[in-house]
Design a protein around this ligand. Structure first.
Ligand code: NAD
Length: 332
């Protein structure tokens, strides 16, 4: 299969490209990525020389470019997005442009070029905060922040292209991912790298918010499964069945690094902070998917990865990220 991956230089994208090249020797991948602050060519340095891999720097909102790239592939795996909730709370223009207009541009091009599979990568955040139970695929969407609202819009557009145009769309909605190559604005790599540097870990609110953690390699395997075996027009939740309170997660990270809990520093809560996400993943289990990585071992492997890859995250944390961080977590 020839696959166009969008956003392949980001966290999940780079893990997914590596997964496909390793798991499917007959496949080839074109990676279209704008290389925003979150895209990093270092994430795929190890596959650059693979003849089955090609990188194209460009924007998913560029209709001419995406039509040209789609003409040469069988399937699209669309992951390019603005992804950080806190940034979307500061200003949502880029979120609407990339996540909504970009998805629309890709769907139009896919329709014109008769793509045989269009997989849109979505998020559990579109269901909004749940006080109990777990979201199923056809539950109402109830996004709380500009990021999740833009992702909900993208999902609904993709779904509409199946309903109206019979474009063979499938949608995945995964819970929070963690693992190697995650940009250190997100909580797990932020806390691991801060703890390594003996810096405070800024914990939002009372620390009792719950996320269902999924190891990125499990998400990649699930996306790959839906790409090949998912049914046209269907949505598949991908959860890790690992609901953990943020404060518990924080203590686990500190314990793995042998650092004191005194590094935990409560900060003012994120506005509109969703309390809890949870997914019912029965449908993708029906396709045969089971997460292969237990949470404690995967978290330990992730801590080890950041411990051994300071050369990857140090330049990020000391660059433009620093100004953002200092403003975001400034004492109020
Ligand atoms: N990380 C998670 O926990 C999580 C959970 C559920 C769903 N998702 C979804 O998975 C996808 C990937 O998330 P991630 O965490 O890897 O994100 P990321 O922020 O690490 O990477 C996003 C990538 O998209 C690229 N990009 C951004 N705008 C672009 C544009 N206009 N044109 C081309 N490329 C562009 C960036 O350069 C970057 O490489 C997103 O769609 C996100 O909504 C993420």
């Amino acid at each position: 299969m020839k696959i166009l991956v969008t956003g392949g230089a980001g966290f999940i994208g780079s893990n997914f490209v590596r997964h496909v090249l390793a798991a499917h020797p007959e496949d080839s991948v074109v990676n279209l990525d704008k290389l925003t602050y979150a895209g990093n060519p270092e994430n795929l340095r190890d596959v650059e020389q693979d003849a089955r891999y090609r990188f194209v720097k460009g924007d998913i909102c560029d209709g001419t470019l995406v039509r040209e790239l789609m003409a040469g592939v069988d399937a699209v795996v669309h992951m390019a997005a603005e992804t950080h909730v806190d940034k979307s709370n500061l200003g949502a223009d880029e979120f609407l442009r990339t996540n909504v207009t970009g998805t629309f541009t890709l769907l139009e091009a896919a329709r014109e070029t008769r793509i045989t599979r269009f997989l849109a990568v979505g998020t559990d955040e579109v269901y909004g905060s749940l006080s109990r139970g777990a979201a199923r695929e056809l539950d109402p969407l109830n996004p709380s922040n500009p990021y999740s609202a833009s992702k909900a819009a993208a999902d609904l557009l993709a779904r509409a292209y199946w309903t109206t145009h019979r474009l063979p769309v499938v949608i995945t909605r995964s819970s929070n991912n963690f693992g190697p190559y995650q940009y250190p604005e997100k909580v797990i790599p932020l806390f691991i790298t801060n703890a390594i540097e003996d810096r405070p870990l800024p914990l939002y609110g009372d620390g009792r918010n719950v996320r269902d953690w999924l190891y990125v390699l499990d998400n990649c395997a699930a996306i790959d499964l839906v790409l090949r075996r998912g049914k046209d027009g269907e949505i598949y939740n991908i959860g890790g069945d690992n609901e953990v309170e943020n404060v518990v997660l924080t203590r686990q990270i500190l314990r793995l690094l042998g650092k004191p809990e005194s590094l935990i520093t409560p900060v003012a809560d994120r506005p509109g902070h969703d309390r809890r996400y949870a997914l019912d993943s029965a449908k993708i289990r029906g396709l045969g998917f089971r997460p292969a990585h237990a949470f404690p071992a995967a978290l330990a492997a992730t801590v080890d990865w950041y411990r051994h890859h300071e050369a990857w995250w140090q330049p990020i944390k000391s660059g433009a990220f620093k100004a953002y961080y200092d403003r975001q977590y400034a004492p109020r």
